[in-house]
Design a protein around this ligand. Sequence first.
Ligand code: SAM
Length: 243
Amino acid sequence: MAQTHFGFDTVDESDKARRVRGVFDSVATRYDVMNDVMSMGLHRAWKAYTVAVANLRPGDTVLDIAGGTGDLARAFARKVGDRGLVMHTDINESMLRTGRDRLLDEGLVLPTVVCDGEKLPYKTGSFDLVSVAFGLRNMTHKDAALVEMCRVLRPGGRLLVLEFSRVAEPLRKPYDWYSLKVLPLLGKWIANDADSYRYLAESIRMHPDQTELKTMMQAAGFGHVDVHNLTAGVVALHAGIKC
Ligand code: SAM
């Protein structure tokens, strides 16, 4: 059985998906409040920047992968309007249900689909834009997932990957202390779940940095890839154009 990483642990590939599901089943109902607390609200600015870079027009078609509780799907839906389409998708039913209920409460009805970012159930060339925010690092076969994301885009369509990345050198020590020591404590105090938040911090360390992810996107078929560092590289937005 091939091995992969789950945070800092090495596990069988088949076990990783099960453990990732366990993390998000466990955090789903408190995910939004924890996001605000842990990032001190910054995730809202990172997502707003992503929506600005997306530069969607009325009528565009969008696939949001690993969409979770629906922050990006909701913002995109407002841009594409009634003539457009935003698919809100995630592999985890608990996260998707939490997000769908939240969007319904706000009067927004989007097609909601449980699907794996590594095996997308869509035809080649279906979308103008594909997005994945804080989801790619949880996937087992990131290369295969990027190839799938490229496949479902129309030629000239764009992929936006918003993800934790490599922070600038002067901030590395305080950032390591905050994410590896403080985050699990916050997870324990607020969500009574230190392990899930330890996994989130460790998975950030194991994720490809800016340069490596750009190379992976180029290998997957994106002819041009721009990298936008946000908050000194705590997060990076990779924007790839399908050739
Ligand atoms: N995009 C949302 C956001 O930015 O708030 C949610 C991000 S949450 C940290 C990561 C999400 O990735 C979870 O909802 C999880 O279920 C999803 N995920 C993990 N592996 C996945 C896969 N193989 N395919 C699709 N979604 C996946």
